[in-house]
Design a protein. Structure first.
Length: 93
């Protein structure tokens, strides 16, 4: 059995505990701010995944090797929240 779960996001970096194999469906604006919606197996083990909430014109952090766009939520009167899932890599000499 699968369910859709909502995960609130804060500006900048978010470490989110998701069931293994969770599929990110969309990003939406809730009364508390941006949130990630994912299709999950509630009985699956959990894993930590990292998401960045970036506004327009914001520099991305160094060391980010790959960004996977997950959605955008417009916060009226505040900013546009673009959500990316990240993959970090070790710096090489």
């Amino acid at each position: 059995m699968h369910q859709v779960w909502k995960f609130p996001l804060m500006p900048e970096e978010n470490e989110v505990e998701l069931p293994v194999g969770a599929e990110v469906l969309t990003v939406e604006l809730t009364s508390q701010g941006p949130a990630l919606l994912a299709l999950v197996d509630p009985d699956a083990e959990r894993e930590t995944r990292t998401f960045l909430v970036i506004g327009n014109g914001t520099d991305l952090p160094e060391g980010v090797a790959a960004l996977h766009y997950r959605g955008t939520a417009k916060v009226p009167g505040a900013f546009t929240a673009h959500v990316f899932e990240t993959t970090s890599v070790e710096a090489t000499a």
